[in-house]
Design a protein around this ligand. Sequence first.
Ligand SMILES: [Zn+2]
Length: 460
Amino acid sequence: MVMGLASRLRRLVAAILVPALMIPAPAFAQASGKGGLPIVRDAEIEALVKDYAAPILKTAGLSRGVDIVLVNDEGFNAFVSGRRIFINIGTILQAQTPNQVIGIIAHEVGHLKGGHQERLREQIDRAKTIAVVASLLGAGIAVAGAASSSGGMAQAGTGMMAGGGSLAQRSLLSYQRSEESTADRAALEYLRATRQSPRGLLETFEILERNNLFGGPLNRYLSSHPLPRERVANLEAAAKESPYWDEADSLALLQRHDLARAKIAAYTGGATAVRRTFSFDPRGRAAQYGDAIATHLAGSPAAALSKIDALIASDPKSPWFQEMRGEILQQAGRGDEAAAAYARAASLDRSGSGLLKAAEGQALVTSGSPARMGEAIAKIREGLRADPDNASAYRFLSMAYGKTNDIGSAELAMAEGYWHAGNFRQAKIFALRAQGKLKPGSPGYNQAADILAYDPNPKG
Ligand SMILES: [Zn+2]
């Protein structure tokens, strides 16, 4: 049983890792069609990039309403659209310092502030949220199907994971050359105002050029952000005038950066990638963390658990070690213990991630104990209030209702999930089914009616 789950997870992880725009992996192809943007959700990495971006956004006067979205792509890329900054996980993995990612973010905020790409905004807002192919870096995905008592619901859940967007990534990815210079100048200004070094931004150019020589997957960034020699020369001259050129990242931020890289390495390339990434410090904490995750993904829960427990002993206050402990336990079918680990993670997490809050409830669903379904529903709802775009949470919510034989609410949870994923057609199908089972006039019934009445394309 455990082996079955592990191999399913491996298959799923493999599917997620196929660059979605090159070969649509089955999970993506199923419902998203061509060009869906594979989004990845992870509380630890999201909290990190949020902290990277916060001072830059503040100084640019964009503190509110800008989301940072992680794209499940190993290539080096970042771009903006509407009020969103998209960063590939490959960018974080390849960046050796926080300052390099911060430099990229400053440049992207420059695009955002300059209103570049505004013309695409309407089209994207219509998709409601691009978290259409939301996948968690963690487990829960494979567990979801197995834990569901209803085969139909589990299948529907798989469909929800695949989502329903049809956004051509390519159309998002072309800035004008003049916009590049504007974004560079803005980036230097933001870095100076926040007393950070512009060195990382220049270093990313070097990474790009070096990788480009070997024809890696990085051409996408170069084709979207033209990088003529003149641009580099201009930027370099201006950057070196910064009084903060020698400013270094804080040790705490560097450590968080390496832990995030270790996680990405483990999920994208397993133990080999972890060893390659941390060959300079093979016994360091980041290498150990990556090793624990890789062990978990290889289907060895007992070994993974002892590795993560060693890390917890070295840093009991880390929410992310606790979260990984929860994930390992959940994958091993120990739902109650997993829920306790997630609860600890959520209490330690200062970013207030809705993903962690929902994870506790999701673990309770897999515990299979009907007595705890009320608690599970309350926890997942709490998580969804903080983060309504958590596709995985709606499926678990639906399962929790299913286990209490409240089928109308279970269908409604699926409808909500599809709605938040921008898949309005599926949302309406489930809303209609929910209405048939819910009491007319009840809050759930009315919510289903709202989904049925929603017009995603007003005025044609
Ligand atoms: Zn650019």
